[in-house]
Ligand binder design. Structure first.
Ligand code: FMN
Length: 382
C-alpha cells in the first residue's frame, strides 16, 4: 500500500491517493471524519482550526461503501481558500505581500534557497502541517483495514512543555480515561498544569512542544522481519512517526530509558501454559523484538519540538535585502501535541497496514482474511 498527499495549506484542497488496498474493504467515512475532527482539536490551537471543518470526500476507488482495489483518492477542501484564492491562484499575476522574513525552525530559509523561490510562501504553504490532515484521512482507512483483523490504535499526550503525567497506562481503557480531555491527557490534575503552561506561553508570545504516545493493540505477531534492515517493523514505524513535521525523536517501549537498565531487568521474560500459549508479564520491548511484532501492545513515543512560529518572533534576515529583521508571524498554533498524536495514530496505522499487506499480499479482502487466518491459526494457537 503506497500513498501520496498533495495540496497547499491555503490552496483549494488537500488530496491523498492510496494505491494497493485490497478490494472489498468496507469503509465508514464517518470514522475518517471523526479522526479529522480530532486532529483539529487540542487546547492551544490557532485561529485556522476555527475556520476549517475537515471532512473527506471520496473521488475514486470506493463504490457503495467498499474499496474496488483501484486507487482511492480522498480530498479535504480548505474552507480558507475562499479568502486566499487570489494569493494562491495557479495562474495570473502575483497578488498579496511576499513573505521575506524566514522563521527559524521552519522550512522557510532552506526551502526558498533550494527551490530558488523569491517568496517564502511558495515553501511554507506545503511545509505547513495542514498537510497532515490528508495523512489522517489515509490513516483512517488503514485503521479500518487493521480493524478487520482486530487491531486497534490509541494515543495520548504524556508531556507538554515539561509537564508530565505520572500514572502508568492501561491501553485497553485509555480512550475512556482521556474522554473529555482537551489535551488527550489521562490525568485531569496534570492536564490543568499543561493548560496553564500553554496559556503562559501564549501570553508571552511563545510556543510549546511535548511528547505523545501511540499504541497498537491486538497486533498479529510476526509483522515485519529480522532478515533485512528495511523489513524491520521498527525501521518503518520510526520513519513514519519521524515524518510528522516537528517530531524530533521516536522511541519504542523503554526506549531511551534502556540506557539506565541492566539486561536482567530490561527484557521481558517468556512464560508458557497450555491455555494461553506464550505470554509475558512485562512489555519493555514495546511490542517489537527482532524487527517483528511479538504480539504485545506496540508502544511508541514521539517528541515534538515547540511550534516555530512565534508571536514574539526570533531574530532573522530579510531574504531580499539581507537586513536583520524579526521572523514573520503567520497565524499559528501555540501547542499542537494533541493534534500530532492523532497524526501519530494515522502513521502507526499506515505502517502496520503496509506491513500486513506486504506480508499477506492479496487483491481482495476474502483472500486476505483466509491468508491471515491460516497464519494466525498456526502462530497464535501454538
Ligand atoms: N508550525 C508552525 O509554525 N505553526 C503551526 O501552527 C504549526 N502547527 C502544527 C500542527 C501540527 C499538528 C504539527 C504536527 C506541526 C505543526 N507545526 C506548526 C510544526 C511545523 O509544521 C514544523 O515545525 C515545520 O514544518 C518544520 O519542520 P520540522 O520541525 O520537522 O523541521
Amino acid at each position: 500500500m503506497r500513498f501520496f498527499t498533495a495540496g497547499e495549506s491555503h490552496g483549494p484542497c488537500l488530496t491523498a491517493i492510496i494505491e494497493g488496498l485490497p478490494a472489498g474493504l468496507s469503509i465508514d467515512i464517518d470514522k475518517i471524519n471523526q479522526d479529522l475532527a480530532r486532529r483539529q482539536q487540542g487546547y492551544g490551537r490557532g485561529g485556522r482550526m476555527k475556520i476549517e471543518q475537515d471532512t473527506a470526500e471520496v473521488l475514486s476507488g470506493i463504490r457503495f461503501g467498499e474499496t474496488l482495489g483501484s486507487p482511492v483518492t480522498l480530498a479535504i477542501r480548505n474552507k480558507d481558500w475562499a479568502n486566499w484564492g487570489g494569493r494562491m491562484a495557479a495562474f495570473g499575476e502575483p497578488e498579496g505581500k511576499q513573505v521575506l522574513e524566514a522563521r527559524p525552525g521552519h522550512a522557510d530559509l532552506t526551502g526558498t534557497l533550494k527551490y530558488d523561490r523569491e517568496d517564502i510562501r511558495d515553501i511554507l504553504e506545503r511545509a505547513s502541517a495542514r498537510e497532515t490532515a490528508a495523512r489522517v484521512a489515509v490513516g483512517g482507512i488503514a485503521k479500518q483495514l487493521l480493524g478487520v483483523f482486530g487491531m486497534t490504535i490509541v494515543s495520548h499526550v504524556t508531556n507538554i512543555g515539561g509537564v508530565q503525567i505520572s500514572e502508568s497506562v492501561d491501553y485497553a481503557s485509555l480512550e475512556q480515561r482521556k474522554a473529555g480531555s482537551d489535551l488527550s491527557c489521562i490525568q485531569p490534575d496534570v492536564e490543568d498544569k499543561m493548560k496553564a503552561a500553554i496559556q503562559q506561553a501564549k501570553e508571552a508570545g511563545d510556543t510549546l512542544g511535548g511528547i505523545f504516545e501511540v499504541a497498537a493493540l491486538q497486533v498479529i505477531p510476526g509483522l515485519g522481519s529480522h532478515v533485512q534492515w528495511d523489513r524491520r517493523l521498527d525501521t518503518r514505524l520510526a520513519a513514519l512517526l519521524m515524518s510528522i513535521p516537528a517530531i524530533k525523536g521516536v522511541e519504542f517501549g523503554a526506549g531511551f530509558g534502556y540506557a539506565a537498565l541492566l539486561g536482567s531487568v530490561a527484557h521481558d521474560e517468556i512464560f508458557y501454559n497450555e491455555q494461553q500459549g506464550y505470554s509475558r508479564q512485562t512489555n519493555r520491548a514495546g511490542g517489537i523484538e527482532g524487527g517483528m511484532s511479538n504480539g504485545e501492545v506496540i508502544v511508541a513515543r514521539a517528541v515534538m519540538k515547540p511550534i516555530p512560529t512565534l508571536m514574539k518572533p526570533l531574530a532573522s534576515v530579510d531574504i531580499k535585502t539581507k537586513q536583520a529583521v524579526k521572523a514573520s508571524t503567520e497565524r499559528s498554533d501555540v501547542c499542537a501535541v494533541t493534534a500530532a498524536a492523532v497524526v501519530g495514530e494515522a502513521m502507526l496505522a499506515i505502517g502496520l497496514a503496509q506491513t500486513l499487506l506486504e506480508q499477506f499480499s492479496r487483491d481482495n479482502m476474502a483472500d486476505l482474511a483466509t491468508a491471515v487466518k491460516s497464519y494466525t491459526d498456526r502462530v497464535v494457537a501454538k
